[in-house]
Design a protein around this ligand. Structure first.
Ligand code: NI
Length: 166
């Protein structure tokens, strides 16, 4: 296993729509292990493959450090098939260090995808787990937190972020 470099805004790969995984081969298994290690090392609750430079539809999520009855989830080609309710909460992203924002997300969701063995699974999620899944699936569609905030807030973010980088 290896800790991978996490791509940060404005890396172009974060804006790309990731491609579905058609074969769960040895390379994908290694990528999964590396992403898990990278997520834990960064103290994150989720990570999407584009964040480590791979434009494929794979996410790992583990909110067990902050929520009860949760565990590590690996999802290949995940899709949100149902969403109920709305909830406003604070959110951050490993690709946007130092930035958090309050964001409305679906409250309870149903997600379908494949596990690392290629078996189809459906996951019902709420709480932080639901938010993390939605956040990581956004990454697969080339979408970051800052694409979900108002244009004014986004502009403020851009100005501040440029300063921080210098
Ligand atoms: Ni993120």
């Amino acid at each position: 296993m290896a800790v991978l470099e996490i791509r940060k805004y404005p890396d172009e790969i974060l804006k790309k729509k990731a491609l579905p995984i058609t074969e769960i081969d040895k390379n994908i298994q290694k990528l999964i292990d590396d992403m898990i290690e990278t997520m834990y090392k960064a103290n994150g609750v989720g990570l999407a493959a584009p964040q480590v430079g791979v434009s494929q539809r794979l996410i790992v999520v583990d909110t067990s450090s902050r929520e009860e009855n949760q565990s590590l989830i690996v999802l290949i080609n995940p899709e949100i098939i149902n969403s109920e309710g709305e909830v406003l909460s604070e959110e951050g992203c490993l690709s946007l260090p130092g930035f958090t924002t309050r964001l409305k997300r679906g409250e309870k969701i149903l997600v379908r995808g494949l596990d690392r063995k290629g078996k189809e699974i459906e996951i019902y999620a709420e709480g932080l787990f639901s938010r993390a899944l939605q956040h990581e699936i956004d990454h697969l569609n080339g979408m970051l937190l800052i694409d979900r905030i108002s244009p004014l807030k986004r502009e403020l973010f851009r100005r501040r972020y440029q300063k921080v980088k210098k």
